[in-house]
Structure formats: C-alpha cells, structure tokens
Design a binder for this molecule. Structure first.
Ligand code: F6P
Length: 355
C-alpha cells in the first residue's frame, strides 16, 4: 500500500467519488460524509457522474462543495447517478477506466457499489490505482461486511408491504405472493419475511418444488389458516412453475433479468391451478430499492463514508470499508470480492420453525 499521509492543509489532493450498480438508500449519506471530511481538510472533491462512465466522458466530473450536501443525508437514490459497471466494462474495457482516473488526475477514487463495482475496483487496485470501496447493495450479497448500504431500508419497505398484504389476504381468504429482489441470494426475502411475519419464504439457496409448497399450504389450511403470505426471492428455483422453454431475458451486460421471469406471478397461478385457492401476486420491484434511507442506513453509510476518507488520508488503498462485529473496519479489496455472501440455511430453518 502506498502511504501518502494527507495532513490537514499540507498537500491538497483530488479525490473522486462514484456510485455504480443499482442505486440504494444511503448512497448520498456516504458521499456526503467522505466529501465533507475531505473538504474540511482542504482537499478537492469531485463527483464522478454516472458511475465509471463519468471517467470516460468530458465534463462528467463535478466539483463538490458543502452546499451540495443540503438534505443529502436523508435523500434516496444517488446524487451522482449510476450506470451498471459490467455494461461499461464490456463496452470500454477496464483499462479505459484506469486511463480515465489518470487523465482526470485523481489522487484517490472512492467507489460505492456492490459486487460488480467492487470487482472492477479490485482489478483497478491490482493495476496500482488508488481505490477505496464502500459496499452498497440492497441484495446484501457482498462478503465479509455485516452491512451494505441500502439493505436495511429495503427490508423495512418489505416488512411494511408484507403487513399490508397480510390484512388484504386475510380479508379475502387468499394466498398472496410477494416477489422481492436479491439476485442469486435470498437475504431480502428471508430477513423481510422474518421481520414481516410472512407465512412462507422461498429463496435461491434452497430450491423447492410446487408439491412442497402445496404441502405446506395444505398444512396451514388444515390448522385453520385461511390466508397466507408467501415471500419469493426473484432468483428462486421452484420445480414445476416456470416453463423451461421460455428463454430468459438478458441485460446489456449479459446478466439474466431475473424480474422478467415473474416468478411471483407464475407461482401464484400455479398454486391457484393446483389447489383452487384464490391467489394474487405483487412484485415489489423498485419500490423496495428507492426512497429515503431509514436511520440505520443514514448512520452506517455516514460511518463508512468517513472511514473511506480516513483510508485515503492514510494511503490505505486497495481496500474496502466494512462493518465487522459492530465496528467499522478496512478490509483488503481482494478479500471482499473473493466470494459472495449467501443466506445460511439456519436462518431459513429458523423462519420455518417459527412460521
Ligand atoms: O441492485 C441489485 C438489484 O436490485 C437486484 O436485486 C436486481 O436483480 C437488479 O438490481 C435489478 O437491476 P436493474 O436496476 O438493472 O433492473
């Protein structure tokens, strides 16, 4: 690691900040904390617009000043805009991002993003560029850290939605299926389902079948439960529900667009057909990702943003901020991107034991 040791007023440097990948509530709190700390120490802070693409375009680096952060702590989305990193890496190549960092004379770059973004940050770090990452994803699938910006707010939206679905399901004696995000992991589904008192949770880490789901619904009916709320993660595999002859849709970077599978809708139809029960489905989609951050996202995002600036001031690059055992830590970037975080099956078993 290079050690620049930026001391107050001694050596002003140019610090870039970008957000990439899906937006999440709390991005602005992190940007604000990094930027205000750096500005107070006399450094220049530049917002890189629209993720890594801002490094490649003329005029896409915006100098940030304290007035830019009025209300930022509380606001949703990302004030810097975001573009999926993998799309850009595919179109331009990561070496162009490296050239962009050098051409824009950035002494440090803070990359706020999920696994895709941090992976690119890791490659850039290996090329010797001065990068510090901040984990941000509603999917909560970044390894090592116990906290990712946006997850808590998304869970709270899911919990609120499940409570609303429960009353309408009960009124009409229906099975309501609620589809949530999460890509290949079921964190949003299982944590939302646990806190939101759902009746069933289906996650990618535990593939299941229509028969198994029907058996559980019948058991509920047998004990007098006339309505059910089922949370289904977008990436789950349920044997006998999706038509295997229907091809997946892919986004520009070659990732399957999981929401287009409409697993929630198909599952609701399949349950109705198999049982004669009345079913409905709701996909929460971008409602769970957007909007104002709840208090925990404001607090942790602020602490991670401040930690990113501390890392820069100590020259501790090729690193990612993280929360571990309740404390803010700095972890080697390659360690963070080496794996992804899946839901441990004990958590699903806990849900099943209580539902
Ligand atoms: O940001 C992660 C995520 O929300 C996933 O849960 C979901 O599969 C995906 O993004 C949706 O991506 P897009 O915003 O490109 O539709």
């Amino acid at each position: 690691l290079t050690t620049i040791e930026l001391r107050r007023g001694e050596q002003a440097v140019r610090i870039g900040i970008l957000t990439a990948g899906g937006d999440a509530a709390g991005c602005n709190a992190a940007i604000r904390a990094t930027a205000l700390m750096a500005l107070q120490d006399g450094h220049e802070v530049l917002g890189v617009l629209d993720g890594f693409s801002g490094l490649l375009e003329e005029g896409a680096l915006r100098p940030l000043a304290p007035p830019d952060f009025e209300g930022a702590l509380k606001s949703g989305g990302t004030m810097l805009g975001s573009v999926r990193t993998s799309e850009l890496a595919q179109d331009h190549g990561i070496e162009h991002f490296a050239e962009g960092i050098t051409a824009n004379r950035l002494d440090a770059l803070v990359t706020i993003g999920g696994n895709g973004t941090l992976h690119v940050a890791d490659v850039l770090s290996a090329m010797g560029l001065p990068i510090v990452g901040i984990p941000k994803t509603v999917d909560f699938d970044v390894a090592v850290t116990d906290y990712c910006i946006g997850f808590d707010t998304a869970v709270s939206v899911i919990v609120d939605s499940l409570e609303r679905m429960e009353t309408t399901a009960a009124s009409h004696h229906r099975v309501l299926v609620c589809e949530v995000m999460g890509r290949d992991t079921g964190w949003l589904a299982v944590m939302g389902g646990l806190a939101g008192d759902a009746d069933m949770v289906l996650i990618p880490e535990s593939p299941t079948s229509l028969e198994a789901i029907m058996a559980r619904l019948e058991a509920r009916l047998a004990r007098g439960a006339r309505s059910s709320v089922v949370v289904v993660a977008e990436g789950v595999t349920v044997d006998g529900v999706l038509d295997p002859s229907v091809p997946d849709a892919y986004d520009r970077s070659g990732h399957v667009e999981l929401s287009r599978r409409e697993i929630g809708e198909h599952l609701a139809d399949a349950i109705a057909q198999a049982s004669g029960l009345e079913t409905r489905s709701t996909a929460l989609g971008y409602i769970q990702r957007g909007g104002r951050p709840i208090a925990s996202d404001r607090l942790w995002a602020t602490r991670l943003g401040a930690a990113a600036y501390r890392a820069i001031s100590q020259g501790r690059f090729a690193s990612c901020t993280a929360v571990i055992d309740g404390a803010v830590e700095l972890i080697a970037m390659h360690e963070v991107v080496a794996t992804t975080r899946s839901v441990p099956l004990e958590l699903l078993e806990l849900f099943d034991a209580l539902s």
